[in-house]
Design a binder for this molecule. Structure first.
Ligand SMILES: [Zn+2]
Length: 164
């Protein structure tokens, strides 16, 4: 992007230089036919220069937008790095792995591993489906993934109900 901006700026300067050269010639030439042609060419060069200058400005704006996006991403990842230290992946029910706080925060929450791997915090919620079976379903409101746990297993009691 920097190269494109540089080339657009360079082209703008070149067009302006050519325009200035024409202007010098224009001053020297008294012939009416020649002066009309020169005026036309000069206008064209000015328009070209304006176009290149606009292009350079657009490139600069794109870069500023991208920089601000990257700054936001860095800030998010920094705070995520701190946040994720407090959680670990645990088998809360046979074959079901979820992120659980290491420090037994109250109330205990389960975090979706699918979203966790994408640096997003999403708290699993009890889902009605599957209640009649031996399993109880928890759903991620973010990615819609569902996780089955043993019927009586809940956040806060999984250590007691987990079969060994
Ligand atoms: Zn999720």
């Amino acid at each position: 992007m920097v190269m494109e901006q540089f080339l657009a700026a360079k082209a703008a300067v070149e067009s302006l230089n050519q325009g200035i050269e024409m202007l010098k010639t224009f001053e020297e030439v008294k012939d009416a036919n020649n002066s009309a042609t020169l005026r036309f060419d000069l206008n064209r060069k000015i328009l070209e220069a304006q176009q290149y200058a606009l292009e350079a400005q657009r490139e600069q704006l794109n870069q500023q937008t991208r920089i601000s996006e990257l700054e936001q991403e860095i800030a998010h990842l920094k705070s995520w790095e701190n946040f994720k230290e407090d959680y670990s992946l645990e088998e809360v029910s046979k074959g079901t792995y979820l992120y659980v706080s290491k420090e037994n925060f109250s109330p205990e929450i389960w975090l979706c591993p699918n979203c966790f791997e994408r640096a997003a915090k999403s708290i699993l919620q009890a889902n009605g489906a599957g209640v009649q079976t031996y399993y109880h379903s928890f759903k991620c409101p973010n990615c819609q993934e569902t996780y089955n746990v043993s019927r009586h297993t809940r956040p806060g009691n999984w250590k007691q109900t987990k079969p060994t």
